[in-house]
Design a protein around this ligand. Structure first.
Ligand code: SAM
Ligand code: SF4
Ligand code: SF4
Length: 309
């Protein structure tokens, strides 16, 4: 099986054949089971932006999964922004995706609700991988940055998930931890606790940290590092989000942006048009053209929350 770092690399690096206005439909997609969440991570757009909250409609989801399968998609994540374990029927959704032949079905979770009972259901559903996000190495910091006192619960759930899997080959169990230049050492602290209980634990570079630093100075956790100006938007262009993976919101829209749940990034109502029509819509093609030219001034990406200008 591919390593998770390879999968992430494939998504974040645009192959030449995809770097065009009308790329073929990617082999992977994310479909948001819910936009609701039980945590308040300060770095996540779910927390600092007003977003529409709701769960995906089952009929719509099943139609989209079938359409994804029919156009050759192999990997489907049943989440985007929001916490997938809040969705009671998630195991049934995973089972459906597997039944129709989707090769690799995965979720990312904050892990607070990954109780042994829930994990057992997900294992039984045929899930291929589960990734836990744990972005602090101790209870105090966790509560500060995630807004909820759940560090011990999450660590305990990771351990019991690992023990429950035992010698089974599936699902793969991963964990990621966000870092910025201020918190590099925290990764080691988290790693020493959870590394024995996951197949891979990897650091995720925080996006948008420069704006959080300015807006969240009073949090007292993340402080600007001298000479760190974060990643600039221009250095990130063209942004992979428009080329390598479509994100589908719970209410049926295809979003160009992986990290911002803002309707201005929606480029097709999938209740009315097909996935290919949305992926090849004129507006999305025009935005890709500007990304390829590295000139996004005047577009929706001008106000990107992930990178500084
Ligand atoms: C938006 S969350 C949705 C799934 C689930 N709620 C969770 O936290 O794992 C998906 C991933 O995005 C990461 N994430 C959120 N905000 C981020 C940021 N500002 N920089 C980098 N990764 C971020 C989370 O840590 C998580 O691994
Ligand atoms: S990172 Fe995940 S857990 Fe944290 S607020 Fe965002 S969606 Fe919720
Ligand atoms: S707003 Fe930023 S992260 Fe989102 S698609 Fe545009 S460049 Fe990418």
């Amino acid at each position: 099986m591919k390593k998770i770092k390879e999968r992430v690399f494939e998504t974040n690096n645009i192959p030449a054949e995809y770097l065009v206005e009308l790329p073929k439909f990617p082999k992977k997609a994310k479909v948001e089971a819910t936009s609701r969440c039980d945590l308040k991570c300060f770095y996540c757009s779910h927390t600092y932006k007003q977003i529409k909250k709701g769960d995906i409609d089952r009929k719509f989801l099943f139609r989209i999964l079938q359409e994804l399968k029919d156009i050759g998609v192999e990997e489907v994540g049943l989440f985007w922004i929001g916490e997938p374990l809040l969705v009671k029927d998630l195991p049934e959704y995973v089972a459906y995706a597997k039944k129709i032949g989707l090769e690799y079905v995965f979720i990312t979770t904050n892990g607070r609700l990954a109780t042994p009972g829930r994990i057992q259901q997900l294992f039984d559903s045929g899930l291929d991988s589960i990734k836990f996000s744990i972005n602090a190495g101790n209870r105090t910091l966790y509560q500060k940055s995630h807004g909820v006192d759940a560090f011990d619960t999450v660590v305990s759930n990771i351990k019991s998930t690992w023990n429950y899997r035992g010698n089974k080959s599936k699902p793969a169990i991963y964990a990621s931890s966000i870092f910025d230049p201020n918190t590099k050492n925290d990764f080691e602290e988290i790693n020493s606790i959870i590394d024995p209980y996951v197949d891979e634990h990897y650091p995720l570079r925080m996006y948008g940290e420069y704006s959080f630093l300015r807006e969240n100075d009073n949090q007292g956790i993340f402080k600007p590092v001298p000479n760190n100006i974060g990643r600039t938007l221009s250095s990130m262009l063209p942004c992979w989000s428009l080329f390598t993976i479509p994100h589908i919101s719970f209410d049926g829209y295809m979003s160009a942006c992986y990290c911002d749940h803002d309707e201005k990034y929606y480029f097709g109502n999938l209740n009315e048009i097909s996935l290919i029509e949305a992926w090849h819509s004129e507006e999305l093609a025009a935005l890709r053209r500007q990304h390829i030219a590295k000139a996004v001034k005047g577009t929706v990406c001008e106000d990107c929350i992930a990178y500084t200008v």
